[in-house]
Design a protein around this ligand. Structure first.
Ligand code: ZN
Length: 305
């Protein structure tokens, strides 16, 4: 089973909302081949996403809402029409944002209630938090009611703790270590701090060694270099945390098929170049989907289509 643990909605309405959100801040992104694209420029209808998944052999894709889009829209556009194919994570904003998209000082009670309702009534599987994008710290007391909610409902959290080329991001809140205290306060909660913590991969991997419910994914890191991805996977294996590393794409690790081929074959080419032992089939299957089943709390038998 192949699960893309980290992707976003690209339907026209979501893209327009995200474009408005991002266009307030000059930002451009770079493809691996050197093409520069606008962050809001990627539009793909849900049926095209399904086609892309089918062509690449992806069984399920986790759609992460990036705060600005109503969860209801993700439900109507992705979850309801394609049950079993798309898995939803709420866009959760613990602090109220001002007109510039940055946080002011109030706790976002409305969003907390919407997050709870989206999980309990609309079937969202987990919660997405973006501290650095919304200029708050992962240890801010206003975030704790969201952690507590996830713990109560036994759902996982994906929280962006990594660098990004997006211009307005507050990097002082982006380092994985900024979330360290939270792992002590919620030891049983499953967290995915994605992108292998790029460019602080070693920091994140050291946290994973200590915290058995901490996961990561390789989305976006492909954008910064496939060789770097392979080397990080080797380090993760050396540290004994490879069974908690998951495959994901984000918008720019595309074509998806290329990234899957890279996991299936390319990482072993890099391992050979580095004089490292090859990744086993079990290890590769774990990265591609087995680990995501565990992280998402899905039963491998009933998850099959
Ligand atoms: Zn993402």
């Amino acid at each position: 089973m192949i699960i893309n643990i980290h992707d976003h909605p690209y339907d026209i309405k979501s893209s327009q909302i995200l474009f408005q959100f991002f266009s307030k801040f000059a930002t451009e992104r770079h493809y691996l081949d050197g093409t520069i694209v606008d962050r809001g420029g990627f539009v793909q209808a849900p049926e095209e996403s399904i086609k892309e998944m089918d062509e690449a052999g992806v069984d399920k894709t986790v759609i992460l809402n990036s705060c600005a889009i109503p969860n209801e829209h993700i439900y109507e556009t992705y979850l309801k029409p394609y049950p079993g194919r798309f898995i939803g994570f709420t866009g959760s904003s613990p602090v109220v944002r001002d007109a510039n998209g940055l946080s002011n000082n109030s706790f976002n009670q409305k969003n907390w209630e919407d997050t709870r309702r989206s999980i309990t009534e609309l079937g969202f599987t987990g919660m997405k938090l973006l501290p650095a994008y919304e200029h708050y710290s992962a240890v801010d007391p206003r975030v704790y009611p969201f952690y507590a909610l996830a713990a109560d409902l036994n759902v996982p959290i994906i929280m962006h703790m990594a660098g990004t080329p997006v211009r307005f991001v507050a990097l002082q809140h982006a380092r994985p270590i900024d979330a360290d205290r939270v792992l002590f306060d919620f030891p049983t909660l499953r967290f995915n701090l994605p992108h292998m913590g790029w460019p602080w991969e070693d920091e994140l991997l050291a946290m994973m060694v200590r915290s058995p419910n901490l996961y990561t994914d390789i989305s976006q890191i492909g954008e910064t270099g496939l060789k770097r991805t392979a080397k990080c996977l080797i380090t993760a294996r050396d540290f004994g945390v490879l069974p908690r590393v998951m495959f994901g794409t984000d918008p720019l690790c595309r074509p998806i098929k290329m990234y899957i081929d890279f996991i299936k074959n390319g990482i072993n080419k890099v391992a050979a170049e580095q004089g490292e032992r090859p990744f086993t089939e079990d290890e590769i299957n774990g990265i591609l989907g087995g680990t995501a089943l565990k992280f998402l709390g899905l039963n491998p038998e009933t998850a099959k289509m």
